[in-house]
Design a protein around this ligand. Structure first.
Ligand code: DX5
Ligand code: ZN
Length: 218
């Protein structure tokens, strides 16, 4: 079970401080939401911010690419020090290639599906990927309401990996994760839990992180 705080809800003027805060509080990954204003209707940051964060933290940099043509930026993210790149199947007709390129660059690779996208569309990359990310909100913004219908996808993925020797992926959920929804996601089979607003918009982010950890502890 891994908790991945999303810096989308952090204080961008004090990013290093906010990263250290969750690292010291026991975060497993740091979730970095890269948005280009085209694939999603919001703009955040790119490889230069990943490069700036790299010397500040030992956490796995879990980069969620919400950008068109992600295959054009894989080298840049690899050089910046990213550990894991997650590619939206909807973002490029060449997502298989983008995932291959990510692995060839020596990084871990993930595939991600929007709420409206069926798992059928990504089955060809199941043997390739280290992580499958199920969006539990529409991508683009923090602070949205969890979509419970997405739990069926998590359950199905968990069944598939248990019955296929060639699949070795973690299941990550992203969007609307809080003290309650994290329990239902864990029960459905998720392993990696992204949380942005629940952690960073609290007076005591470390306490919120601990609550999430407690609520998925077996
Ligand atoms: C949304 C992003 C999420 C976002 C989640 O497009 O992919 O990672 O930070 O935010 P919360 O946890 O507030 O729903
Ligand atoms: Zn994300």
């Amino acid at each position: 079970m891994k908790i991945a705080p999303s810096i989308l809800s952090a204080d961008f003027a004090n990013l290093a401080h906010d990263v250290k805060l969750v690292e010291n509080a026991g975060a497993d990954y740091l979730h970095v939401d890269v948005m280009d204003g085209h694939f999603v209707p919001n703009i955040t940051f790119g490889p230069s911010v990943v490069a700036a964060l790299r010397p500040v933290t030992k956490l796995t940099l879990d980069c969620h690419l919400m950008i068109e043509h992600p295959e054009n930026y894989i080298k840049d993210f690899a050089q910046a020090g990213a550990d894991l790149l997650t590619i939206h199947v909807e973002s490029t007709p060449h997502y298989y290639r983008a995932i291959q390129m990510t692995k060839e660059a020596g990084l871990k690779a993930g595939v991600v599906v929007n709420p409206g996208t069926p798992l059928e569309l990504i089955k060809n990359v199941f043997p390739l990927v280290d992580q499958v990310l199920v969006m539990t909100v529409n991508p683009g913004f923090g602070g949205q309401k969890f979509l419970p219908d997405m739990l069926a996808k998590v359950k199905r993925l968990d069944q598939l990996r248990q019955t296929n020797d060639k699949y070795h992926f973690d299941i990550e959920v992203d969007g609307g994760i809080n003290a309650e929804t994290i329990k239902t996601c864990a029960a459905a089979g998720a392993d990696v839990f992204v949380a942005g607003s629940y952690i960073y918009e609290a007076a005591d982010p470390a306490a919120r992180l601990q609550t999430l950890k407690n609520n998925v502890a077996i």
